[in-house]
Design a protein around this ligand. Structure first.
Ligand code: PRP
Length: 194
């Protein structure tokens, strides 16, 4: 293993969900979501396909895999947000990149890597509903429960995280690193700057 690769993996304390577990769960989610849209929309699915919207950057990897697990007409887009004072009461969210597609009349599937306090999704749901989305569903890979503040109805969840652990990999970062790990893991405390 190269020095770079071992440095990346050396920061990992334990793997929570490995590549095989994620692949399996993403396939299940894709199949379930596809069935639900077929039931909901019927033939209208062809004229007005659902719009999968990734919340970047964290959802980049999940969106790419989930889309390929959905064998129905589908479009995709992304939004990007910036959170000031993350995790604090005063946390404020700014939209860095809005949808490139008008939300009016669309069936939107928000694709999120992790829901923590819920602030991000609370902000986005209000934003998209105000723009006249026909329906809004949320698919989160990880539902991290301990710090939830905003009550968000999650339609589809990959995995539940009951501990207040800092997780990285499969798109999730710490200081912009570790997004390229193919699994989701907890970082060693010494890898996290205090
Ligand atoms: C992370 C994650 C979610 C959000 C969840 O994004 O990707 O979008 O935090 O937190 P919340 O439920 O407390 O709002 P982050 O702001 O770190 O940006 P990133 O997607 O670029 O990593």
């Amino acid at each position: 293993m190269s020095a770079g690769a071992s440095a990346l993996e050396a920061a990992v304390e334990r793997v929570l969900w490995d590549e095989a577990a994620i692949r399996r769960r993403v396939r299940e989610l894709g199949a379930q979501i596809s069935r639900d849209y077929q039931d909901l929309l019927g033939d209208a699915l062809v004229e007005n396909p659902p719009l999968a919207v990734g919340i970047f950057r964290g959802a980049i990897v999940f969106l790419a895999d989930l889309m390929r697990a959905m064998p129905i007409p589908l479009e995709c887009d992304y939004v990007q947000l910036y959170s000031y004072g993350k995790g604090s009461e005063a946390g404020e969210i700014q939209l860095l990149r809005d949808l490139g597609t008008p939300a009016q009349g669309r069936h939107i599937l928000l694709v999120e890597d992790i829901v923590d306090t819920g602030q991000t999704l609370h902000f986005l749901c209000e934003h998209l509903e105000a723009r006249g989305a026909a329906s809004l569903k949320i698919c989160a890979l990880i539902d991290k429960k301990p710090r939830r503040r905003a009550k968000i109805p999650l339609d589809y969840v990959g995995f539940v995280l009951e501990e207040d652990a800092f997780v990285v990999g499969y798109g999730l970062d710490y200081a912009e690193r570790y997004r390229n790990l193919p699994y989701v893991a907890v970082l060693k405390p010494e890898a996290i700057a205090s």
